[in-house]
Design a protein around this ligand. Structure first.
Ligand SMILES: *Cc1c(COP(=O)(O)O)cnc(C)c1O
Length: 372
């Protein structure tokens, strides 16, 4: 029976320090690993908007949006997301994962060539693998030089560069201006996943494009409603023709139930809050910088790249697990991130800053690390 193989594999993972389990976050711990960067998931206005949306539109979307799952509130969210990102229009999916896989699949055919960053999020990597089943070719790059070499060699009339704006386990940024210049030179489009940049980068949280001050018709931005926006769901922003095409061609949009009304209501309220209180964006970055500085002073390898994500590199899986357990005993929640999510020998604690932390929270984290 296959179950026995699975059991053996689980045991092997356990022995290597790589087994994953679901763990309840103990009450009273300070969560230093969530993607709720702006503290909006529990904001009373956001919670109330979810309740109101449930009352007005129901708990579920009831069907795929193309069938009977479309409602006024989601249209409003798309309009406001597009205006926030400065694009013609936007399309909301049931998750960021679904948006990435769906958009890549919709864009792919047997003439397509995908140029995928090696450190991309799993949803982009999966999307690129799925695209190969439609005849697309996928090549992997990490540096702009490598990307240039790959683009130069490609004869594809449909070149698509696929990259995270902020790399989710390292917190560093894609060199967007260089990548975009290459897209222009070689007539490629850029599918830019700004899951961690939306709400955290740029003066007003519009993301990596605002951070670098670039804007281009070549960019399709994918994002999530489930990180800085404190809700659930994903979206893609871009030119109308692309969005019109995706809504009939992205399988994860066509064949999946629309995003539930409470999530839509919450995301819309969070988006409005973010625009009304852009100070959250700066506070989040300030907290991240302070945290990295303080941990660095304690001798930890903590890197600040201008985003809320601070990786503290430990190396060995079991050492990272042990450190996470010690911190948990001191009331801090930051689970160990291990292979295959990150390369071998780079197991880490991935800390994430929140705009709503004050000196007290920062001191609690620093105290936790300093007692180790
Ligand atoms: C979290 C994440 C996603 C997936 O978004 P969900 O809405 O959680 O499915 C996609 N891309 C990146 C870079 C992410 O970090």
């Amino acid at each position: 029976m296959i179950w026995r193989d699975l059991e053996r594999e689980l045991q092997q993972r356990e022995a290597a320090g790589r087994r994953r389990t679901l763990r309840l976050v103990p009450e009273g711990t300070l969560d230093a690993a969530s993607n709720d960067y702006l503290g909006l998931a529990r904001h009373p206005e956001v919670v109330r908007a979810a309740q109101d949306a449930a009352e007005q539109f129901g708990a579920g979307a009831r069907a795929s949006r193309l069938v009977s799952g479309h409602f006024a509130l989601i249209q409003q969210l798309e309009t406001e997301l597009a205006s926030f990102k400065g694009t013609e229009t936007a399309l909301v999916f049931s998750s960021g994962f679904a948006a990435n896989v769906g958009v890549i699949s919709a864009l792919s055919n047997d003439e397509a060539a995908l140029f995928c960053h090696k450190r991309n999020h799993a949803s982009l990597l999966d999307g690129c693998r799925l695209a190969q089943a439609k005849g697309a070719v996928t090549r992997y790059f990490e540096s702009p030089d490598k990307l240039r070499a790959l683009l130069q060699k490609s004869k594809s009339p449909r070149k698509i560069v696929v990259a995270d704006g902020v790399f989710s386990m390292d917190g560093d940024l894609l060199p967007l201006p260089e990548v975009l210049a290459l897209c222009g030179e070689f007539e490629a489009i850029l599918l830019l996943d700004d899951a961690h940049g939306t709400g955290t980068l740029g003066a007003t949280g519009r993301g990596i494009e605002e951070h670098f001050g670039v804007h281009s018709e070549r960019i399709l931005t994918v994002g999530t409603l489930s990180k800085a926006l404190g809700s659930q769901g994903g979206f893609v922003c871009g030119p109308r023709v692309a969005i019109d095409y995706f809504l009939g061609a992205a399988p994860s949009f066509v064949y999946s139930t629309g995003l539930n009304p409470p999530a839509v209501g919450a995301a819309l309220a969070a988006l409005r809050l973010l625009q009304r209180e852009p100070g959250r964006v700066r506070r989040c970055r300030d907290n991240a910088m302070q945290l990295a500085t303080r941990l660095g002073e304690l001798g930890f390898e903590a890197c600040f790249s201008g985003t809320p994500i601070i990786p503290v590199i430990i190396g060995d899986e079991r050492a990272a697990l042990a450190l996470a357990a010690q911190l948990e005993a001191r009331g801090l929640w930051c689970p160990a991130i291990r292979p295959p999510t990150v390369p071998r020998g780079t197991s880490r604690l991935r800390l994430t800053a929140c705009s709503e932390w004050g000196p007290e929270e920062l001191e609690r984290i620093v105290a936790g690390f300093s007692s180790i």
